[in-house]
Design a protein around this ligand. Sequence first.
Ligand code: AMP
Length: 217
Amino acid sequence: MINLILLGPPGAGKGTQAKHLVETRGMVQLSTGDMLREAKTSGSAMGRRVAEVMARGDLVTDEIVIGLIEEKITGTAGGGFIFDGFPRTLAQADALGQLLDKAGQRLDAVIAMQVDDAALVARVTGRFTCAACGAVYHDTLHPPRVAGVCDACGSTRFSRRADDTEAALKQRLMEYYKKTSPLIGYYYAKGKLAVVDGLAEMDAVSAMIEKVLDSPN
Ligand code: AMP
């Protein structure tokens, strides 16, 4: 069982590639962004607390996301985790190391997906997802084969994220460069880092990721 971190700015393709790995390898996607959005939708106290922070494009506290990840790691048998959007700070990275140790698991690889800022703006501002199965689409770069119908599950309901606006994206990128990008050096120093060109075609990116997973450090 391989445990993997997908690291990269918003719009780099982490969620898309994570979903692919769930399908092809039966891995378990742990997206803190998805968990926080679920908490928001369910109307829990925590969900209400984080809604505004997320809409602005700021990071929520380390304590909250570490708690969410701890629940999943201890409550899910087997591992084969894809950490998607976590860790996002050095404190989260340290906490993840400790949680995996405690669970008798290890981190096998960290894949940094590189995409330049101009491409991120184009990708993020046009993206939407199937409300039923979560498949990711884009107005011009990756529309469904039949307009208004999900390729994967046939649903006709789609949703757009509240923070996929240009203003919120600017703040999310700022947070990424300030707090998350130091993780590239952190994992490089641990000998875990692989870098993938996130601008390549979706299938080509998947192939590069598969290659890393077949020979992790
Ligand atoms: P994402 O879906 O990964 O783009 O995350 C959406 C938003 O959720 C982020 O802009 C943050 O506000 C919050 N978030 C998700 N994951 C984390 C994390 N690991 N640490 C702090 N905030 C997070």
